[in-house]
Write a protein that binds this ligand. Sequence first.
Ligand code: ATP
Length: 356
Amino acid sequence: MAIVETRNLSKHFADGVVAVDSINLRTADGEFLVLLGPSGCGKTTLLRMLGGLEQPTSGEILIGDRVVNHLPPRARQIAMVFQSYALYPHMSVRNNIAFPLKAAKVSKEEQQRKIEWAASILGIDHLLDRKPGQLSGGQRQRVALARALVREPNVFLLDEPLSNLDAQRRASARDELQVFQREIGTTTIYVTHDQVEAMGMGHRIAVIDSGRIRQLGTPREIYEHPADTFVATFLGSPPMNLVPHGNVLIGFRPENFVPADAAGAIDPATELSFLLEHIREEYLGSEKLIYGEIGGVRAVSRVAANHPTTHETGSSGIFVVRRRDVRIFDAESGLALDQEPPRIVTAPAASAQVAP
Ligand code: ATP
């Protein structure tokens, strides 16, 4: 087990691309830390530097409080699992798992013991004599994990290991991986661009954009208190509504934005109300999305499909959000501001108006 830390870690590629821009992060021991961000934000480059596959341009990497910049991958006591799994197709599962042990000249008996141990943790005991081509995607992933596990690494580095699986397998593989990590207690850094995966698996999530960490926090912290508008809109589906108001943006999540007639009388002390215009409802089975515009800006409400209100296409309605569910952002920088929501009332004819 080990803590992984980076200090002002940067990677500039020769063509001027700044893939990783002065990243500082520190895991807890045994933590499952997710690196989440859009394609090209630098997640893989960061992970490859931690693993020793890419040399940093500047900054330090520490594993177990020891600077490892100069150490080759083998000496870092980490195990990496990539999207492709990179299993040897001509070798049995047993020999695939044994491969790193043979390379490390571990005795035959010890190899056997470790293979059985890893195979039983991952539930692949019955597959040891098969070849990778005879396995499902989920099983291959478990073999790749077993091969990583037998080395008893201090740190797991996982790069989108579930992305080859279909939606259903992905969900179960996600659960398995999470249970496995909790059991084994090995510090794990997991790269994904999938917010559902990140929210469900991570103890904490580092949201990355353009080579920088926008926010590092628990899933609840980053969802409920996004540090800026990038995080606010990258997480959540649909994303947080952002309504311009003077030099700030008023942010609220669709599930906190509900038709006023169902909420009862509006209490301006605890609620903000908005006139939602040009309404269009979208039925999604268990819930429905109510799209519309507030003063020309798109906004959406998410309610249960059996919600008592219905809206004709093109109609308007008053919608409310509790003041405590409102977040305020600076309109220019996009940064979250620690300030009370403005007092807004909705007049019947206009959209949002400010009360005196
Ligand atoms: P994805 O989710 O698509 O894999 P990512 O967040 O993992 O993306 P990286 O692969 O780390 O992103 O790439 C970050 C940036 O660095 C991108 O702009 C990419 O084009 C660039 N990049 C990556 N590797 C190299 C390289 N060897 N030479 C030049 N530029 C590179």
